[in-house]
Design a protein around this ligand. Structure first.
Ligand code: PRT
Ligand code: ZN
Length: 304
């Protein structure tokens, strides 16, 4: 992503959230891909110093429209926002000219139906005729339609969780992460409507000339960052005759490296990259299989 490409006038533009739950992690992802930026005075624009990639810092809700208009080539938003705007646009008869390139590993939450804590929930049919407050009318209406329920969706742009106690709605659908907000408002989660993480979106507008290889390399680096986040480098000592068993326990490990231990013919050192999460349970199983001196190390970068 260096040299001649960096001198091109054409630059890849990525929209990310300026401040909020996805802001730091979106920016950190780009930095972990090796991109460095200088920020404009108003802090709304970041100019890529070592790559022809610029970042626009905006409200998350504006990102899909920037992609539809071709102002930005890529954008990072929650799947909840991406899908909600897709549904709202399609209800208006507009197209949503963006596609999901990748699911990212942050911004995890769920859009859930929540009801007053002392109310009984007997399934979607019990929502018939109810008033549902939400900031996600598209996803909520889709859920009601899929379940053949007729209810009134009350669109609120914020503080949805207080609607039942204010008497403006009977139940709500809202984003939930830990569940603390629901509990604090005497609500309980009754149904998960959608699970969401941050996603990388691409505009359907064609890329400017010369940007295809820039995009390709950026995507490969993002894959490398995401894979490295999950992966761990595991080192251990094991009985020489139990290596096959050890290998089966290591989650997502390809061919491990097996090394001789100086002055010890019965035990060997095993090194492996585990591409799935290594849990304490795995370490306990390894120990039972005779492993000792088990080290689990983070992986900084990975290139397939
Ligand atoms: O200013 P801007 O419009 O850019 O930001 P915003 O205020 O619209 O969004 P922001 O920063 O709150 O969230 C951005 C994205 O983060 C969302 O679109 C989701 O994809 C993701 N995300 C992950 C969440 C949450 N977790 C979350 N917990 N978004 C919102 N919440 C809110 C939720 O609405 C509720 O009020 O947190 C509260 C619930 O949290 P818990 O932990 O109490 O369950
Ligand atoms: Zn927003």
């Amino acid at each position: 992503m260096q040299s001649s490409l960096a001198t091109s006038d054409n630059r890849l533009k990525i929209a990310v959230q300026k401040s909020g739950r996805l802001a730091d992690k979106s920016f950190a992802l780009l930095e972990r891909c090796g991109l460095t930026f200088s920020r404009s005075k108003d802090k709304l624009f970041c100019y890529g110093r070592n790559v022809p990639v610029d970042v626009l810092l905006v409200r998350d809700d504006d990102i899909p429209q920037l992609l539809v208009d071709g102002v930005c080539d890529l954008g990072i938003v929650g799947e909840n926002v991406s899908e909600e705007q897709r549904l709202v646009r399609s209800a208006r008869g507009d197209t949503a000219d963006y596609t999901t390139l990748k699911k990212l590993s942050f911004g995890t939450c769920r859009l859930s139906l929540a009801i007053p804590e002392f109310q009984e929930y007997t399934g979607p049919a019990s929502l018939e005729g109810k008033r549902i407050a939400t900031s996600y009318p598209g996803l909520t209406n889709q859920y009601l339609k899929e379940n053949g329920v007729s209810a009134r969706v009350v669109h609120l742009s914020g503080s949805v969780e207080i609607a039942p106690s204010m008497g403006t709605a009977d139940v709500i659908t809202d984003l939930v992460s830990t569940g603390t907000t629901l509990r604090a408002n005497h609500l309980k989660e009754a149904e998960v409507i959608m699970r969401s993480t941050a996603v990388l979106l691409q505009s359907a507008s064609p890329l400017d000339e010369g940007l295809e290889p820039v995009l390709k390399r950026l995507l490969a680096r993002i894959d490398g960052v995401l894979e490295a986040q999950e992966s761990k480098y595991v080192m251990l000592h094991a009985p020489a005759d139990r290596v096959a068993e050890i290998r089966r326990i290591l989650p997502g490990a390809e061919s491990p490296t097996v090394l001789k231990l100086e002055g010890n013919d019965d035990r060997v050192a095993v090194h492996a990259v585990c591409r799935e999460t290594v849990f304490w349970e795995h370490l306990e199983e390894l120990k039972e299989a005779g492993a000792s001196a088990v080290l689990v190390l983070p992986v900084e970068k990975m290139l397939a």
